[in-house]
Write a protein that binds this ligand. Structure first.
Ligand SMILES: Cc1cc2nc3c(=O)[nH]c(=O)nc-3n(C[C@H](O)[C@H](O)[C@H](O)COP(=O)(O)OP(=O)(O)OC[C@H]3O[C@@H](n4cnc5c(N)ncnc54)[C@H](O)[C@@H]3O)c2cc1C
Length: 397
């Protein structure tokens, strides 16, 4: 593709056309850029934000995300962990059933929590350090147009960037998912959640993630996650369908629960909130994609592809893993010089094969447990028996 200058962007001249445009520099986009290292392709990584930027999240970084980065290059994981502050290393969880009974869980893979403000900036720093990717911040994409020879991304000010293939990692409100895959929000497969940061939470050890299941709000949970430096990410999320039917105001409900729940109220009585309660959507995976994940010259990854685990609400791991799979597909497209919808379907099949079974299992469990708080009570009681506890732990991941 001929190189034409797009203009001075981020204080330097950048070309107007690339081999690969990655839209969105969250976990999916940065993992994709890292996986394209050494592929010999001209890659642009665009984001509407300037980093470090906040992302509303529980900030629990699932073990498989780090494992996938380590598999790309062990240095990615080592450097990420060494340079990331603050963070809280967490190996244990506490699950509190609707009846108040608690259960301690020890996880197999070491995991950690870190505010996305810092975690995502650290991922982007890896991209800058290890790859020749052109990182274009403050670049909002408003429209995406496909053509036989390229995809064109247009910003609100009319600036355009062309690429032979688009890898869309632009999150839960993805422009690409809407304009290319015609995704619409399906409330039965969508969650909404809110979170706020607190200090001074009593009875927390800084190393344990806590999940509270609630009788009144069965298809959801409240969490208290340490994120390092004595700060806690405290949030509450529910299935969007139930939010609509029950008319729940998530922000108000979170504050009410912190003030009234028999176990939480005494612990939060002296806690200080560090900012407002903020919310965002979670497009859930079901193991059977409800919309296309790929088409002619485009692939969707992470939240744009609706890959969040429906049981626990984590999506950083599936974002990273799908970003890496998309990079492999892009390389295959260039090798075969085939960008057709038929060829890119290999990517959708790879996502289905690698991530589908876990998502489908979580979706079944979520549906099964969703309106049966008594079953969660029974599960927590039974899990006190070690072999049953180990089996249940394997079941929920
Ligand atoms: C309240 C809440 C709690 C959660 N808790 C957890 C948790 O604890 N652990 C976990 O694993 N997951 C959690 N998730 C899910 C997790 O946040 C997402 O699955 C994850 O961020 C997906 O990564 P991504 O790269 O696909 O998208 P994102 O991280 O959303 O990144 C998308 C990027 O695209 C950019 N962008 C968007 N639109 C445009 C545009 N038009 N033009 C240019 N750039 C654009 C954005 O600025 C952003 O940087 C939570 C989600 C919510 C809402």
């Amino acid at each position: 593709m001929k190189t034409v200058l797009l203009g001075v962007y981020s204080n330097r001249a950048v070309p107007q056309s690339y081999d690969v445009a990655i839209l969105g520099a969250g976990p999916a986009g940065t993992a994709c850029a890292l996986a394209l290292r050494g592929a010999g392709l001209r890659v642009a990584l665009l984001d509407k934000a300037r980093f470090p930027r906040d992302k509303i999240c529980g900030d629990a970084i699932p073990g498989p995300a780090l494992k996938a980065l380590r598999q790309l290059d062990p240095a990615y994981a080592t450097e990420l962990l060494a340079g990331l502050h603050p963070k809280a290393e967490t190996r244990t969880s506490r699950v509190v059933a609707p009846n108040g009974r608690g259960l301690g869980v020890r996880w197999h893979l070491p995991t950690f929590n870190s505010p996305r403000l810092h975690f995502d900036a650290a991922l982007l720093a890896l991209v800058r350090r290890h790859t020749a990717t052109d990182v274009l911040e403050n670049f909002t994409v408003k429209t995406i147009a496909g053509a036989p020879d390229a995809v064109t991304l247009t910003a609100p000010d009319g600036q355009q960037l062309r690429a032979a293939i688009l890898i869309a990692c632009d999150g839960a409100n993805s422009v690409a998912a809407r304009q290319l895959a015609h995704r619409q929000i399906d409330r039965a497969h969508h969650c909404a959640a809110v979170r706020a940061y607190y200090t001074g939470v009593a009875g927390a050890d800084g190393r344990t993630t806590e999940f509270f299941f609630l009788k009144k709000y069965p298809a959801g949970y409240l969490w208290v996650f340490p994120v390092g430096g004595g700060v806690y990410n405290v949030g509450f999320g529910m299935l969007s369908k139930d939010i609509a039917t029950q008319g729940v105001d998530l922000k108000k409900t979170l504050l009410e629960l912190l003030g009234t729940h028999p176990q939480l109220a005494p612990r939060f009585a002296g806690a200080q909130s560090l900012g407002p309660v903020a919310g965002f959507g979670l497009p859930l995976g079901t193991g059977r994609p409800a919309h296309a994940l790929a088409g002619p010259r485009w692939l969707l990854c992470g939240d744009a592809a609706s890959l969040i685990d429906p049981l626990q609400g984590h999506g950083i791991d599936t974002a990273v893993r799908s970003g890496i799979l998309a990079a492999a597909q892009a390389v295959m497209c260039f090798e075969a010089q085939d960008f057709s919808a038929t060829f890119t379907q290999q990517y959708a099949r790879a996502v289905q094969a690698r991530l589908g079974p876990q998502l489908a299992r979580s979706y079944r469990i979520m549906r099964f447990l969703g309106n049966k708080p008594w079953l969660v009570n029974a599960g927590v009681r039974l899990a006190q028996v070690p072999p049953i506890g180990r089996w249940l732990q394997r079941l929920v991941g």
